[in-house]
Design a binder for this molecule. Structure first.
Ligand code: P71
Length: 459
């Protein structure tokens, strides 16, 4: 029998950017100055940067060549038309409005479709998405399957929607109070977990019955399609590009942060099939982002995005991208580290409640763990727990999410397997010293999206 062969990156490295290791005393000072918040660290003080996979990927030589073809006309840049064509061809949506990044698109769709008192059900919240829904007067209601809130459950499609729960929400509120279902492909806050095609098809049927639209957060749609291909019956031989198209065809419109899947450092868009909503979006974008043929982007950014979209749909690319994430995840599992299972597509999520069981949630265990990993090795990670969840809109109390996580997010095409080994060693080192770790106290809290700028001190 032939042994299973290893995968490797479908590219070689042409240009490198040096990174520097610091010593412990230096890092003690740096994290203290940053108020124990990894968002406030300077990038020069970071050795391996796993804060996010957003805008941090390496562009290809083709994308860089595309940058040189930037048509920087104020209106009607040829790069806009290339982008429009790439979106229409690969994702199938009819109309597009470019935006500077994902939240620009979320802003537009929320302002256009949500009225005061509306309910927006979705497969788990995302920070910026929910805030834009709330600012427009809506209330987000989580209808993801319960498995998604359990870091131990090995259910393969934790991004699935609990359709019974959703139907109850519709019946209780009335379909006219629900402007759309917010459906994300791979659910970031659940650990980068995919939604199944079967669930999405059933969702489409249910929403058709009530005449409700589906707005797709397609930020990591190709990664979702990779998981459908790997694990869902009937998709093993379907190319990722086809699965992506099938997903988009089941929805009515989409917001995209192209800084993830689409391999660019900046950019996003709103894509729609409804001409009337598109008309409104095309008008609104000129207030907040820029003319509807650039939406806050340079021509060269739109060109890089058009090329990145095509590259993101390659099966070889995705096998290496998710393969690297799975390599790190499996190493951590083998070392006995508590992580969210199954391993997701864009990063590894440490379960901070299990990692630091002696630190109560009001002492911010994930924030604490993230700071400790930086102290150990200069590896920068991100809190995705009570700090990210923020305060309840009505009561003003902390929202205590079931998942209290530290995300080790892997940028695309940036780090090597040796980096993954070093990261694993650092997490293991912190784990072996976990009993000595104490929590944090919040000493500064901004009003919106507090995790970006909050400051802490040691208890
Ligand atoms: C990530 C980000 C970037 C981020 C955003 C907020 C807090 C911390 C980091 C951004 C997403 C996303 C999904 C599913 C919309 C956006 C917003 N993710 N939907 O994971 O993951 O896009 O950042 O381009 O505005 O680090 P934007």
């Amino acid at each position: 029998m032939q042994k299973k062969r290893s995968w490797a990156e479908p590219y070689k490295i042409k240009m490198v950017e040096p990174v520097y290791m610091t010593d412990l005393n230096y890092r003690i000072k740096a994290i203290e100055e940053a108020g124990y918040n990894t968002f406030l660290l300077k990038s020069k003080d970071v050795y391996i940067d796993l804060l996010t996979d957003s805008g941090t990927s390496a562009m290809s030589d083709r994308q860089w060549a595309g940058m040189m073809l930037g048509d920087e006309a104020y209106a009607g840049s040829r790069n806009f038309y290339n982008l429009e064509e790439a979106i229409q061809k690969n994702y199938g949506y009819k109309y597009i409005v470019p935006t500077h990044q994902g939240r620009g698109a979320e802003h537009l769709i929320s302002q256009i479709m949500i009225k005061k008192g509306d309910i927006i059900p979705g497969n788990m919240y995302f920070t910026t998405t929910r805030l834009h829904q709330e600012l427009a007067g809506g209330t987000f209601v989580d209808v993801i399957v319960p498995e998604a809130h359990d870091s131990e459950s090995t259910y393969l499609f934790k991004g699935d929607i609990d359709l019974d729960k959703l139907e109850k929400v519709i019946e209780e509120n009335g379909a006219d109070k629900i402007p759309y279902i917010a459906m994300a492909t791979t659910v970031n806050m659940a650990g980068g977990q995919p939604i199944s095609m079967a669930n999405l098809k059933a969702l489409r049927e249910l929403t058709n019955k009530y005449g409700i639209k589906i707005i797709h957060d397609m930020t990591r749609v190709a990664e979702n399609a990779f998981m459908n291909q790997q694990h869902e019956e009937g998709y093993a031989n379907t190319p990722i590009a086809e699965i992506v198209r099938e997903i988009c065809d089941l929805t009515d419109g989409a917001t995209m942060s192209a800084k993830k899947d689409a391999l660019v450092n900046i950019g996003g868009f709103l894509a729609l099939n409804d001409e009337d909503i598109f008309d409104q979006a095309r008008n609104l974008v000129v207030i907040y982002e820029g003319l509807h043929t650039y939406g806050g982007l340079a021509g060269r950014d739109m060109e890089a995005m058009a090329i990145g979209i095509k590259e993101s749909l390659s099966d070889d690319h995705m096998r290496a991208r998710v393969g690297q994430v799975q390599y790190l995840g499996q190493k951590l599992i083998d070392a006995g580290i508590p992580i969210v299972k199954p391993i997701g597509t864009h990063g590894i999520f440490l379960d901070a409640k299990k990692f630091l069981p002696h630190v109560p949630q009001e002492h911010f265990p994930a924030q604490t763990l993230s700071a400790e990993i930086y102290l150990d090795s200069g590896v920068r990670t991100m809190e995705r727990g009570v700090v990210s969840a923020g305060r309840d809109k009505k009561t003003g109390e902390h929202r205590f999410p079931k998942l209290e996580l530290v995300r080790l997010t892997i940028p695309r095409r940036v780090y090597t397997q040796a980096h993954m080994d070093v990261i694993c060693e650092s997490v293991c080192e912190v784990y072996s010293n976990r009993e000595n770790i104490k929590g944090l106290e919040m000493i500064y809290e901004p009003e919106y999206l507090r995790f970006f700028q909050a400051r802490f001190k040691k208890r």
